[in-house]
Design a protein around this ligand. Structure first.
Ligand code: GAR
Length: 208
């Protein structure tokens, strides 16, 4: 049984989607054993509690540097024998030490078709740019900002009357399908990484 840690800073709707996928058997042979947040008021923590998943808060202010913060997090996750680290709206850039501690075992979801519109404002930036198509991306985390090998992407059309909120809502719905699917692929050993390319068995992507 693989042990997953989910790190979330905010609402945690992706966490919820992942927990539902596990509870309904769409992801088998894995459990979320810990939810971690850098924000003590994150609704993700309430969601964890509702699903009876243990949680922990790592407050930025308690550490003198990003390196010491990540060192504490690495020690904590290793002590819990975590196999896969899932960033779900975790709004901190992880350090190279963190990436090295979990090679190809950290995933992130981002609300744009990377490499377009990385960073914290992916949806707003895409809308302001005027793109006609955007979407979401699940990728492995490397040292860069939203730059690691791409596992899955899904696109949607931007509507003439879209606002950041309306676009974000539709992207969220895609994310809630895509993230559990990517985790399931990882758990079943269906992702082969070569350089910065992830190869999936074609029938496994199940994407239109
Ligand atoms: C998601 O849309 C995710 O793609 C985004 O934060 C949101 C978290 O939502 N992540 C980033 O922008 C990372 N650069 P949630 O808390 O409801 O899962």
């Amino acid at each position: 049984m693989y042990k997953i840690a989910v790190l979330a800073s905010g609402n945690g709707s992706n966490l919820e989607a992942i927990l539902e996928a596990i509870e309904s058997g769409r992801i088998q042979n894995a459990r979320v054993t810990i939810v971690i947040s850098d924000q003590e008021k994150a609704y993700a923590l309430t969601r964890a509690q509702k699903h009876r998943i243990p949680s922990a808060v790592f407050r930025k202010a308690e550490y003198p540097s990003r390196e010491s913060y990540d060192r504490a997090l690495i020690n904590y996750l290793q002590a819990k024998q975590i196999d896969l680290v899932v960033l779900a709206g975790f709004m901190r850039l992880v350090t190279p030490d963190f990436v090295a501690a979990f090679p190809n075992r950290i995933m992130n979801i981002h609300p744009s078709l990377l490499p377009a519109f990385p960073g914290r404002r992916g949806v707003a930036d895409a809308l302001a740019y005027g793109v006609k198509v955007t979407g979401c991306t699940v990728h492995f985390v490397d040292e860069g900002m939203d730059t690691g090998p791409i596992i899955l992407q899904k696109a949607l059309a931007v509507r003439e009357d879209d606002t950041v909120a309306s676009l974000q809502e539709r992207i969220h719905r895609l994310e809630h399908v895509l993230y559990p699917k990517a985790i399931d692929l990882w758990v079943r050993g269906k992702i082969k990484i070569e350089g910065r390319r992830c190869y999936l068995e074609p029938e496994e992507t199940g994407l239109a």
